[in-house]
Unconditional design. Structure first.
Length: 256
C-alpha cells in the first residue's frame, strides 16, 4: 500500500521544501529499503528525500511512516525511549511510545459501538455522530485526506467511497492503532476508559477497508503536493492547532 501511495500521491520531504527565488521547491520521497513486510505492506524501513543536498531519512515503524520536519525533536517527545535505527539493515527497534490515556477515550469514541460489550456512556451518541459524519461524504471520490485522523474511524469511512483514503495525525500511538486495525482486517483490541478512572480490555470487529494509508505528519506542514486530493477533512482539529488559518489554507491548497 505504501507503493500505491508513493506512485499516486507523491509524498514530499517537509524538511527541505521552501521558496527559492520566488518559486516553491519540493522533493519527493523515495523508498530506501525495508526490513519487514506483511504482504505488500511495508512494516519497517525508511523513506528518503530525493534532494541530494538534503538526504533526510524518515522511518517506517510498524507500518506507519513518520514524515515530520523536526524528526528527532518529535521522537523525543513521542517516545519514552526514542526508537533506534540500524542504517545498515534498515531495521527499527526499541519501540516504546508514551502511554496516552486520552487515546483510550478516542478509541472508545471511534469504535465503541463495534465492541462486544457496548459502552453505556458513549453508545447511542457515538452512532448519531458517526452517522452524521458519514452522510457528509460524497460518492465516487478519488484520493481523500483525513487530517487529524486519530485512531482512523473517519479515514476508513472515507475509504468506502474513495480510491485511496489517507489518514494523517501527529500522534504515533493513535495512528499505530488505526494501522493495526487495518492489518488485522478490522479486529479491534484496545483498553477502554471507564468513569472511575480505570481502563478495561475490550474486543470487537469493524469493517476496515484496505484502501487506506496512515502516516504521522504535521497538518500545518503536510508532506503532499498541492491539489492532490478530491476531498480533505479535518474533524475536531481546527481548535487543536496553533494557527487555524494555516490549517484552512493547507486544506484549500491540497484540494484539487
Amino acid at each position: 500500500m505504501i507503493d500505491l501511495a508513493l506512485s499516486n500521491i507523491e509524498l514530499i520531504c517537509p524538511k527541505c521544501r521552501g521558496l527559492s527565488e520566488g518559486k516553491l521547491t519540493q522533493y519527493p520521497l523515495q523508498l530506501l529499503g525495508t526490513s519487514r513486510k506483511d504482504g505488500d505492506i511495508i512494516l519497517d524501513g525508511f523513506l528518503g528525500c530525493s534532494n541530494p543536498q538534503c538526504q533526510m531519512r524518515y522511518p517506517i515503524i510498524d507500518g506507519v511512516p513518520i514524515i515530520v520536519k523536526n524528526l528527532f525533536g518529535w521522537l523525543q517527545n513521542e517516545f519514552s525511549c526514542p526508537p533506534k535505527f540500524d542504517s545498515a539493515s534498515n531495521e527499527v527497534f526499541s519501540l516504546q511510545p508514551h502511554e496516552d490515556t486520552q487515546l483510550y477515550a478516542y478509541l472508545t469514541n471511534h469504535y465503541g459501538e463495534f465492541c462486544r460489550v457496548k459502552d453505556p456512556v458513549f453508545g447511542e451518541k457515538n452512532r448519531e455522530y458517526w452517522n452524521t459524519a458519514k452522510s457528509l461524504i460524497g460518492k465516487n471520490l478519488g484520493y481523500t485526506l483525513d487530517l487529524g485522523c486519530s485512531a482512523g474511524r473517519f479515514t476508513f469511512e472515507l475509504a468506502k467511497k474513495s480510491k485511496l483514503a489517507v489518514g494523517l495525525d501527529s500522534k504515533f500511538a493513535a495512528v499505530h492503532q488505526a494501522q493495526q486495525i487495518k492489518l488485522s482486517k478490522g479486529k479491534i483490541r484496545f483498553r477502554r476508559k471507564l468513569r472511575e478512572l480505570r481502563v478495561e480490555g475490550t474486543l470487537g470487529s469493524f469493517e476496515a477497508p484496505q484502501n487506506v494509508f496512515f502516516l504521522v505528519g504535521d497538518a500545518l506542514d503536510p508532506p503532499f503536493r498541492m491539489e492532490t486530493f478530491d476531498a480533505v477533512s479535518a474533524l475536531n482539529l481546527i481548535d487543536s492547532v496553533t494557527v487555524p488559518l494555516i490549517l484552512l489554507g493547507q486544506m484549500d491548497a491540497l484540494t484539487a
